[in-house]
Design a protein around this ligand. Structure first.
Ligand SMILES: [Zn+2]
Length: 94
C-alpha cells in the first residue's frame, strides 16, 4: 500500500485516548518516527512528542523550545485545522 504515512507502533493519544498507529511526515514524506519527534493528534489536535520507546506523550516546554519557529508554526496550524473541524464542546477558555 502506497502512502505518505510513517507507521509507528500502536499507541494512543494521552489526551483523548484515540488509538494512533500512523503519523504523517509533514516535512518529509519518507519520515519515520524517532524519539523526540513531534506530532499532532489527528483527533484532538494535541501536540505530542515521541518518547524513546516511540510512545506518545504531551509535548512539554522543552520540546517546544527545541524546534524551530517554522516547525512550531506548522504544528500550531495543524492543531488549529484539526480543532476547527471538531464540534466546540471542549473547554478551551485560556
Ligand atoms: Zn488526541
Amino acid at each position: 500500500m502506497k502512502s505518505n504515512y510513517g507507521h509507528v507502533k500502536n499507541t494512543h493519544c494521552p489526551t483523548c485516548k484515540v488509538k494512533l498507529n500512523a503519523a504523517t511526515g509533514v516535512l518529509d514524506s519518507n519520515w519515520v518516527a524517532r524519539p523526540k519527534d513531534m506530532s499532532v493528534c489527528i483527533n484532538c489536535g494535541e501536540i505530542l512528542t515521541f518518547t524513546d520507546d516511540l510512545d506518545l506523550r504531551l509535548a512539554d516546554l522543552d520540546d517546544m523550545l527545541a524546534v524551530s519557529n517554522d516547525f512550531k508554526q506548522l504544528l500550531e496550524t495543524a492543531q488549529q485545522f484539526i480543532r476547527s473541524k471538531r464540534p466546540a464542546h471542549e473547554s478551551s477558555s485560556t
